[in-house]
Design a protein around this ligand. Structure first.
Ligand code: AMP
Ligand code: FE
Ligand code: FE
Ligand code: ZN
Length: 282
């Protein structure tokens, strides 16, 4: 039986646990299949896969590409290679873009009376910088009490210190994932601010580009959106995936294994995903 969580962040992007710590936590919570899916980074995968072998948890190498610019359309990839030159060039550019953008955000925070410097934001070698790291630095300075407050008032989309990343086209992200042999899946569709017609038109374009699945079981779809997204996935013959989007036990995201209680046909869905990964790998 698959007890899967296919959406997890680590210290390679904006999570607080290392890949090994995440795998151990998964094991402790009864999860036997885990996809590490850091934002725009594959640098945690090697350690994660190794830890999976050690702890007896199957670890799928994944990735979550931040596409859509400020529209935040995230594309998960499953079965991602760590050593693909084209993918690594793309990720290197995104990493630099995230640094440039953070410098601008830090400057904006200074301008609104919250002095901060890039030196206040620790980033491990090979890790990418994301807004939760800026939020944690603001907490350390005593400006705010939790990460949520940072997003609500200062660094959330549209807030005074928010700066957009260079937008990545969703179809380009999907094509890139397909070209490296990974399975592209639309993350947390319920968080998209799109009316149903616009969504349907976009979904068609993304599927034409090679999108293969939809993340139905995500905490943001609770309590009553699971059925809606399961139905849309079925109508479009998309693979169905699920995960907690775990980052930090204290934030608004989910806890590892949280979606297992809701995942209706987990074994069937996982078997289809695994077969698709085999096929796509080519
Ligand atoms: P970035 O990738 O740098 O644009 O930062 C966006 C990320 O911040 C999202 O993918 C979430 O993981 C995280 N995030 C957004 N809002 C919040 C929040 N209110 N609390 C904690 N994390 C958040
Ligand atoms: Fe995140
Ligand atoms: Fe996301
Ligand atoms: Zn995520």
């Amino acid at each position: 039986m698959y007890r899967a969580d296919l959406h997890i962040h680590t210290t390679a992007s904006d999570g607080v646990f290392t890949p090994s710590q995440v795998v151990l936590r998964a094991k402790e919570r009864g999860v036997n299949m885990l996809a590490i899916s850091d934002h725009d980074a594959v640098s945690g995968l090697h350690e994660g896969v190794k830890a999976g072998e050690e702890y007896g948890v199957r670890v799928i190498p994944g990735l979550e590409i931040s596409a859509g610019g400020d529209k935040e359309i995230h594309i998960l990839g499953y079965g991602v290679p760590c050593d693909n030159a084209a993918l690594n060039t793309f990720l290197r550019d995104m990493k630099q873009d995230r640094i440039d953008r953070s410098i601008k955000m830090v400057k904006r925070l200074c301008d609104i009376g919250l002095p901060l410097s890039m030196n206040d934001i620790p980033v491990e070698k090979d890790a990418v910088i994301g807004r939760p790291r800026i939020a944690r630095a603001m907490i350390a300075k005593g400006y705010i009490k939790d990460v949520n407050e940072a997003f609500e008032h200062y660094i959330g989309n549209g807030c005074p210190a928010y700066v957009e990343r260079t937008p990545i086209d969703v179809c380009d992200a999907v094509c890139l994932l397909r070209s490296v042999g990974a399975v592209p899946v639309l993350a947390h569709a319920g968080l998209l601010k799109m009316d149903d017609d616009t969504f349907a038109q976009n979904l068609k374009r993304w599927m034409d580009a090679g999108l293969m699945g939809m993340e139905v079981y995500h905490p943001s779809h609770l309590p009553d959106q699971l059925e809606k997204w399961a139905q849309i996935a079925a109508e479009n013959r998309l693979l169905v995936t699920g995960g907690s989007d775990f980052h930090d036990p204290g934030d608004k995201h989910g806890e590892i294994g949280q979606m297992l209680a809701y995942w209706q046909h987990a074994d069937e869905d996982m078997e289809r995903l695994i077969a698709a990964m085999e096929e796509t790998k080519g």
